[in-house]
Design a protein around this ligand. Structure first.
Ligand SMILES: [Zn+2]
Length: 278
């Protein structure tokens, strides 16, 4: 249910992951909402847009399961107990998005209603945790650890895409979004100088970039980062209009241009990170 693309060139101290681009819907999902509606939650094609990183010496981890089945970018405790039948036997600490149906296991799709017409069993949710969430986190944490052991430092780039427009339910409201949003949870998961550098590279490529709003980064940039110990995690949100049709999910004419720009982006991050070391 997860895939790790190994580097094909000399290793650099970067690690990339794409937690939300999976589209292999498991047989036991048993949802009532249309698959086409569920697919809107995918960060479609992100693993392909960043596929070049292996040729630049960085591993790429990506999920094959869909994020609405179970979301690796949520803490295990970020769970809506109303989803399950009976008592949930694990600690809970639901976040804001969980109240809107987008917790560890999604309950509803914004504007489209409930994903299930039933309550899930505790065992069913535990199976999703064991088969998807835990392997994803184990793989990411070991890629980050192993990179830090080798180089004494690591820069993790957590890759996502976002709808072209916000809406009434998002913190930015129903407005057009910038080309990129970089999130470092307000400077706590990545050295702000590195975040600024990443911003400047994208701006030089002609993109408009916003930091931390409305997407500051969630669990995957939080969980393994420690900037004071040279472990940096930065979330990159790419506007879907740059590379795909949000209705048909097909790549648009911008895909290849964007992909090439991201090749340059990765190279620039890699060079800058190496330069700072010396
Ligand atoms: Zn995402």
């Amino acid at each position: 249910m997860i895939r790790i693309e190994d580097p094909t060139a000399a290793r650099v101290p970067l690690v990339f992951d794409s937690p939300h681009s999976g589209s292999a819907y498991p047989d036991d999902f048993d949802h009532v909402l249309d698959r086409a509606v569920l697919r809107q939650s995918e960060d479609a094609h992100i693993e392909a847009l960043f596929g070049h990183v292996t040729a630049q010496g960085a591993p790429l981890l990506h999920a094959e399961f869909p994020r609405c089945y179970i979301d690796p970018n949520r803490a295990l405790a970020d769970f809506d107990v109303a989803l399950v039948e009976g008592d949930w036997p694990h600690p809970v600490e639901p976040g804001d998005k969980t109240g809107r149906g987008m917790g560890l296991v999604w309950r509803r799709m914004r504007g489209s209603g409930d994903i299930y017409d039933r309550r899930l069993s505790v065992a069913e949710v535990e199976r999703r945790i064991e088969s998807c969430w835990k392997p994803y986190h184990a793989a990411l944490s070991s890629l980050i650890d192993e990179t830090q052991e080798r180089f004494g430092r690591v820069w993790h780039i957590n890759c996502h895409s976002m709808p072209e427009m916000g809406d009434e339910t998002t913190a930015d409201g129903p407005v057009a979004r910038p080309d990129f949003i970089l999130g470092d949870r307000k400077g706590t998961t990545c050295d702000p100088a590195l975040t600024e550098f990443a911003r400047s590279v994208l701006e030089e490529l002609g993109y408009n970039v916003v930091l931390n709003f409305p997407y500051a980064g969630v669990e995957l940039v939080r969980a393994y980062s420690a900037p004071d110990e040279s472990r940096h995690s930065l979330q990159v949100e790419v506007n879907r209009k740059l590379y795909m049709n949000e209705i048909t999910f097909e790549r648009n004419d911008g895909f290849e241009t964007l992909r090439q720009h991201l090749v340059g982006f990765t190279r620039a991050l890699s060079q800058e990170f190496a330069r700072r070391e010396g």
